[in-house]
Design a protein around this ligand. Structure first.
Ligand code: BEZ
Ligand code: FE
Length: 294
């Protein structure tokens, strides 16, 4: 069809008219993406039939979401998280061979430059919470241990906040650490038993969730990024099966394979040797890395 066929905009042909104007886009991928977005956006508007006031409300929401963003806060990522889009994008980009550990959402609280520790170190710098020994093995899909794998781990403290959310309250790099596996592929460190916590609710995304009758909690978890050249980087969590929010994560990050029992251990000698209080908790979580796509 020629340009003249799409010269006049009507309610019926709206999407086609707009799409006809991007015929000469320089970038084919961008053209494809924008055509899909225009088509779906117009279909949504036709289904909703918003009033002018409702449409301006949507514009005001997006404006407020932008205003909430700065170097430390990304309200648009939060929006993508609570709408399940972050998990969907991750699922599309993390199709892996059977047996590989599953990915989940990165979240906004990872930072570069966490301290490197020897295996067995304690990453809890604020002395709060119940100590927890976290350990396991990093292997390939054939079960072979992977030496030289880098583990970057982080978690919220016992009050349910990450260090970056409480800059002058928690020590910098509290509950963060980088570890490298030896020949046996094993890792271990001391952290604290994680608790469920709320994602930030003081912005437009929090207000939207409240209006939608949704809670803002994430079930207790620890974050991992495990990497090694030649393998796909794994971004994942380990979750506590007994958390009250395990079936209703605000950002849809829970996968059944990432739920592992946290055991309570009463062992004075081990606690004394590690310099932590008895009793303590223990979780074992193995990570299986998929070979890098070629
Ligand atoms: C997190 O687990 O750190 C997180 C993930 C998504 C949104 C907010 C927090
Ligand atoms: Fe988290």
């Amino acid at each position: 069809m020629s340009q003249e066929d799409f010269a006049y905009f009507t309610e019926e042909n709206s999407a086609e008219v707009v799409i006809s104007r991007i015929e000469n886009a320089e970038d084919e991928r961008m053209k494809q993406i924008m055509a899909v977005i225009i088509r779906h956006l117009h279909a949504a508007v036709k289904e909703i039939e918003p009033t002018h006031e409702e449409w301006f409300k949507a514009i005001r929401f997006l404006t407020a979401t932008g205003h909430k963003c700065d170097d430390w806060r990304q309200e648009y990522i939060l929006l993508s998280d609570v709408l399940g889009v972050s998990m969907l994008v991750d699922a599309i980009n993390s199709r892996r061979p059977t047996g590989s550990t599953e990915n989940t959402v990165l979240g906004p609280f990872h930072i570069q430059g966490a301290p490197e520790y020897e295996m067995g170190a304690n990453i809890c710098l604020d002395g709060k919470g119940e100590p927890m020994l976290v350990h396991g093995r990093i292997t390939d899909v054939g079960g072979q241990p992977l030496p030289g794998a880098k583990l970057d781990v982080w978690q919220a403290n016992d009050d349910g906040f990450y260090d970056v959310q409480q800059k002058s309250i928690q020590p910098d790099f509290n509950l963060r650490g980088v570890f490298r596996t030896g020949a046996d592929g094993k890792y271990s460190f001391w952290a604290v038993r994680p608790k469920h916590y709320s994602i930030p609710t003081d912005g437009p995304v929090g207000a939207m969730m409240k209006k939608l009758g949704r809670h803002a909690y994430r079930p207790a978890h620890l974050h991992y990024i495990v990497s090694k050249p030649g393998y796909e980087t794994l971004t994942t969590h380990v979750f506590d099966p007994h958390d009250p929010y395990i079936h209703s994560d605000a950002v849809f990050g829970v996968k059944e394979s990432l739920i592992v029992e946290f055991h309570r251990i009463d062992d004075e000698r081990t606690a004394a040797a590690a310099g932590i209080d008895n009793p303590f908790w223990n979780v074992e979580f193995d990570c299986v890395l998929a070979p890098a796509a070629t």
